[in-house]
Design a protein around this ligand. Structure first.
Ligand SMILES: Cc1cc2nc3c(=O)[nH]c(=O)nc-3n(C[C@H](O)[C@H](O)[C@H](O)COP(=O)(O)O)c2cc1C
Ligand SMILES: C=C(O[C@@H]1CC(C(=O)O)=C[C@@H](OP(=O)(O)O)[C@H]1O)C(=O)O
Length: 389
């Protein structure tokens, strides 16, 4: 059985829930490290007041005993501390005329899921769409990806993320080794290494917020320590770069993805795009460059995975755009909900975790075993086969 998960829960409901199936046994979990990842997702300049209410913590309520996985499904919950303020709103009956009491949403926000969700599910209170389409759900995805991260770390695979740009402000590309990149971006409120860009990004986010506007950006995720050959060229849905692209664009507000040099590859000749192949006794087969971002033929090359995701600006605007009242069909400005002005730094943490998940899934497909020990033996065998090739 391949690795899979589902999440459930509303942004202002009692909790988020995730169930992971297919994890091997004997994976020792570091709960502190898992919660650290959840807390990273809450940070970043531009977040709204909700993040001051929440202190995201993963409670593992199944599949783990004495700190180790047993091979059974792992169940995780993340409480919504804000729930206590919303209990009545979430429980009020939809009686006509009590819109105020139940904070009914009926003037859909352009850019959010409100209108499509209302039409599709025939819901006249768009809060029923908002509650689930909210990126609060990404806390559950970070919890799930956080466990995948610990699995990969056992085999020397590391994941980092950083912000490439916010609006027109582009940070200088980091040149640090992965451990330093992880450490340095942690200290930055916008998750960049470049201090000049950091200041400009903060200024831009503050200006957008003051103007009742929002701003998006580009984030990059890097994965190192990979063996060659995760994913496969033989079938469309086994191509790991394709799966990662789907995972990235599934993050709320993500509208594009690039692998390696990405769109730049359309502008320059092949001789400047492809990574020349080298072989030395100590490194075996490797590449002179990594413009492919770690993929050829849907398989890892053994070079780091480098993927970028594009996040559009947050849809909820404090100076709202034009919309239509779904009851009267009269023009009205969109409803305003408490909101972030920019969530690009936080979203970079989400991207790290959805990418981590896809890599872990491909890793287990290749080295699949029911326990960590069995996976290690499979990996060792494969690595010696590659070395002897
Ligand atoms: C970490 C994060 C925080 C977000 N915060 C908000 C927010 O405060 N307000 C908002 O309107 N959208 C926010 N979004 C974006 C919406 O969730 C997203 O635009 C919406 O679900 C519609 O989906 P789509 O943009 O992918 O089409 C956030 C997204 C992420 C990743
Ligand atoms: C709750 C989170 O993000 C939320 C994502 C979100 C949206 O519309 O996507 C809207 C806001 O919700 P609220 O109105 O409750 O403040 C964000 O705070 C989170 O990231 O944990």
């Amino acid at each position: 059985m391949s690795l899979r998960y589902l999440t459930a829960g509303e942004t202002h409901g009692p909790q988020l829930t995730a169930i992971i199936e297919g994890l091997p046994s004997n994976l020792e979990l570091d709960f502190e490290a898992l919660n650290f990842q959840l807390q990273r997702r809450q940070k970043g300049h531009g977040r709204g007041r909700r993040m001051q209410i929440e202190t995201d913590t993963a409670q593992i309520v199944g599949g783990v005993r004495h700190g180790r996985t047993t091979g059974a499904p792992v169940a995780i919950i993340v409480e919504n501390k804000d729930w206590k303020h919303w209990t009545s709103v979430m429980n009020v009956e939809p009686i006509e005329g009590n819109d105020e009491a139940k904070r009914r949403v009926f003037r859909p926000r352009p850019g959010h899921a409100d209108l499509n969700g209302g039409l599709k599910y025939n819901l006249k209170d768009l809060r029923n769409v908002l509650e689930r389409s909210s990126a609060r759900e990404t806390a559950a995805r970070v919890a799930v990806g956080g466990i995948a991260r610990q699995l990969l770390a056992k085999f020397g695979i590391k994941v980092a993320g950083h912000v490439v740009s916010i609006g027109e402000v582009v940070a200088a590309a980091p040149t640090l080794p992965i451990d330093e990149l992880i450490a340095v971006t942690e200290e930055s409120p916008v998750r960049v290494v470049d201090k000049d860009a950091e200041l400009k990004m903060i200024e831009l986010i503050d200006r957008m917020k003051a103007e009742g506007d929002t701003i998006g950006g580009v984030v990059e995720c890097i994965v190192t320590g990979l063996p060659v050959g995760l994913g496969s060229h033989v079938q469309w849905d086994r191509k790991l770069d394709g799966r990662i692209a789907q995972a990235v664009v599934s993050i709320n507000a993500f509208k594009g993805v690039e692998v390696g040099i990405g769109f730049e590859a359309a502008r320059i000749p092949g001789s400047k795009v492809h990574d020349e192949i080298l072989h030395t006794a100590d490194k075996g087969f490797h590449r002179a460059s990594n413009r492919a971002g770690g993929f050829e033929g849907g398989m890892t090359t053994g070079e780091p995975i480098v993927v970028r995701g594009v996040m559009k600006p947050i849809p909820t605007l404090y100076k709202p755009l034009a919309s239509v009242d779904i009851d009267t069909k009269e023009p009205f400005t969109a409803q305003v909900e408490r909101s972030d002005a920019c969530a690009v730094p936080a979203a970079s943490v989400v991207m790290e975790h959805v990418v981590t998940w896809e890599v872990a899934k491909a890793f287990l497909e290749k080295f699949g075993g029911d326990s960590i020990e069995e996976i290690q033996a499979n990996l060792d065998h494969y690595l010696s086969q590659v070395e002897a090739y």
